[in-house]
Design a protein around this ligand. Structure first.
Ligand code: FES
Length: 188
């Protein structure tokens, strides 16, 4: 069993409204412990990752041990214990996308974004990960960035795609108009 990891010094407190929603969520379940995952999602939605203190708080709320909460956090890959970059970049590596170059694409993105796979870049701008099939197999390689999907991001277009991602860091309207399927913006 892994030990609970230390919270990073930069971790900010959860919003009061996040904390305020917890009891309502717990009340929806016949057993308090069934609210463990919803509470973890709630925390991650607020801050982007789950700290040791968060796990203790959830454990107290749903009346289990902190270790039981840690088991849930470490079992499911969508839960994270470390801060996420300003852009969360996920490259599909399952067969269809892999055959169309997702591994080469990943290598290029690692260099362009200065971010090793599975990690967050030192400047905190990007988190870069492989993921398994995200159900868009006919248009691979597929890259999911935050809440938007990008299709046909080939190794040849990796540098241009990375440049577009970097440009979003300066764009105050980022995320307000996600790309529309079938448009050039949607494709890599
Ligand atoms: S194999 Fe990549 S989306 Fe399915």
């Amino acid at each position: 069993m892994k030990e609970l990891s230390n919270s990073p010094a930069s971790t900010r407190a959860l919003k009061p409204e996040t904390l305020g929603r917890a009891d309502g969520i717990i009340a929806q379940y016949p057993q308090k412990r069934s609210a463990t995952m919803p509470l973890l999602h709630l925390i991650q939605e607020d801050r982007g990752h789950i700290t040791q203190e968060d796990m203790k708080w959830v454990a107290e709320k749903v009346e289990v041990t902190p270790m039981q909460v840690l088991e849930v956090v470490t079992f499911y890959p969508m839960f994270r214990q470390n801060p996420i970059g300003r852009r969360h970049v996920r490259v599909c590596r399952t067969l269809s996308c892999a055959l169309r170059g997702s591994y080469s694409l990943m290598e290029s993105l690692e260099k362009s974004l200065n971010c090793p796979r599975g990690e967050t870049s030192p400047d905190g701008d990007f988190t870069l990960e492989f993921v398994e099939c995200i159900a868009d197999c006919g248009c691979g390689p597929v890259v999911h960035v935050d809440h938007a999907m990008h299709e046909n991001v080939t190794p040849a277009s990796a540098d241009a795609f990375a440049a577009k991602l970097k440009a979003t860091l300066q764009d105050p309207s980022y995320g307000q108009n996600p790309p529309v399927p079938g448009t050039p913006e949607w494709n890599g």
